[in-house]
Design a protein around this ligand. Structure first.
Ligand code: 5CA
Length: 438
């Protein structure tokens, strides 16, 4: 993509409405624009990151055996009356009437809807287990939408729902998601710590929140110091095997949210305990028959008797993750994207567009990089070098290639690694191979 053609409305000044660094940087880097409180448009750069985050979530869901569907954003009120949540959900639910005066709502979550789909289609234990997910916009009329996409009113969530014939099966489904979540966040370069959590309006008795430690986190969290040194992707686990030992291992290190932490009963000594702030990027629940009983979602069990489905639900805040990733990856100059979610892998800067030789060399390199499959953002604008460096650092692509007349005369190009700040001169003709392979 040529920056001269790209829709990238950068802001020079810090927007006054943004209180935390991710919100500031997302606005300044032209990733999002606010539409109304807690509701945002995603501009090209922001959308590329959102899509990459979504794709990692999708791949890990698919790997775990979950199947993707897509349910609507607008749901009928009757379904929520069946579960009893239509009134319970209160003002957080956006209620709408259609032209026939039928009550509808913009879904804040989909337990009722998925249970309705499954109860009509699954009649026997032989059709189980099933785990279905979708990645869809939600609306919650939060009292205090804030921090940009971190606590929005409209936000993108991956939510899935597991269906089993008995509690043992449902626990296995829960453990599978526990593993999928550890893998998902680790692939984004995030350390998300699973913490015993309160179940809130979703209900149930077994629940973990996945929390990233960050100063700007909304809640206080507590965990064993050893959590900070673990490497999740190094662990092998088989989705079809017995996952209970794996689950027990990962939950043996203490970690709890504020509501679950009791200093009197904390099992580890104060010097081993880390007290920090956390951003909740995922939440998983096992709630048994809480929805299947009121909605009458029953299947024939092995002995012919009708039994209610055992269910769990599992959420990841896909749009919140974009903000959380920036909270965990930035410096004074801007964002530093991890490779796995970067909107482009490489920024190419032509320092002197007025120089015909520079322009020809930069254009040629841009063409070759693109042919080699590298995603490149090419700054071909007629701007000062300082403005170009600042823009490239702000948007935080992992690597930068900087071409100027002096390097060109020597046959070299400068390579800057955004995270470390390290700079090297590379022979121009090796640059394509360097980034095509890396
Ligand atoms: N039905 C369950 C699981 S599918 C559920 O809704 N869980 S949740 O309420 O915990 O939400 C799942 C995830 O969505 C949260 O962990 C959080 O990362 C994200 N999320 C929740 N509320 C918001 C919000 N207002 N803005 C951005 N992300 C949010």
């Amino acid at each position: 993509m040529r920056l001269s053609e790209y829709f990238l409305p950068l802001l020079r000044e810090n927007p006054s409405e943004a209180q935390i660094v991710s919100h500031r940087l997302m606005l300044r880097a032209g990733m999002i624009r606010q539409s109304s409180a807690g509701i945002y448009s995603w501009l090209p750069l922001g959308l590329r990151v959102l899509k990459r985050v979504e794709q990692i979530v999708r791949e890990e869901q698919d790997r775990s055996g979950a199947q993707e569907i897509l349910m609507p954003t607008i749901q009928p009120a009757e379904l929520w009356r069946e579960s009893g949540r239509y009134d319970d959900y209160g003002k957080e639910m956006l209620r709408i009437k259609d032209r026939h005066d039928r009550e509808m709502l913009y879904g804040p979550t989909n337990e009722e809807q998925i249970t309705d789909i499954v109860r009509g289609a699954v009649k026997s234990y032989r059709d189980l287990p099933k785990n279905l997910y979708h990645i869809q916009w939600k609306f919650r009329d939060e009292v205090r939408p804030r921090f940009g996409v971190m606590r929005g009113r409209e936000f993108l969530m991956k939510d899935n729902y597991s269906f089993d014939v008995d509690a043992a099966g449902a626990k296995h489904s829960y453990y599978r998601m526990f593993l999928a979540y550890l893998r998902t966040f680790a692939r984004m370069g995030l350390k998300a710590i699973p913490m015993r959590a309160d179940t809130g309006p979703i209900g149930g008795d077994l629940s973990h929140e996945f929390q990233i430690l960050a100063e700007t986190g909304e809640s206080e969290v507590f965990c064993d110091r050893r959590w900070l040194e673990t490497d999740i992707l190094a662990e092998e686990a088989d989705y079809d095997g017995d996952l209970e030992p794996f689950f027990r291992h990962w939950t043996s290190l203490y970690a709890a949210t504020d509501e679950m932490h009791d200093p009197e009963k904390c099992p580890i000594p104060a010097e081993e305990l880390v007290t920090a702030r956390g951003i909740e990027v995922g939440h998983i629940f096992y709630f048994g028959t809480k929805y299947s009983v009121p909605l009458g979602a029953l299947v024939a069990g092995p002995d012919g008797e009708m039994v209610p489905l055992e269910m769990g639900s599992y959420g990841i805040g896909v749009s919140r993750l974009v903000g959380a990733l920036i909270e965990a990856n930035h410096d004074d100059n801007g964002i530093i994207w991890p490779d796995s979610v970067a909107p482009f892998s490489l920024g190419l800067i032509n320092l002197r567009v007025a120089d015909a030789r520079c322009r020809a060399a930069a254009d040629a390199l841009y063409g070759k990089l693109r042919s080699a499959g590298v995603t490149v953002l090419y700054d071909d604008r007629d701007e000062s070098p300082g403005a170009k460096f600042a823009a490239m650092d702000l948007i935080g692509l992992p690597d930068q290639l900087i071409l100027g007349p002096r390097g060109l005369a020597a046959g070299t190009i400068e390579w800057k690694h955004r995270r470390s700040g390290a700079r090297h001169d590379l022979p121009i003709d090796t640059a394509v191979a360097r980034f095509a392979s890396g």
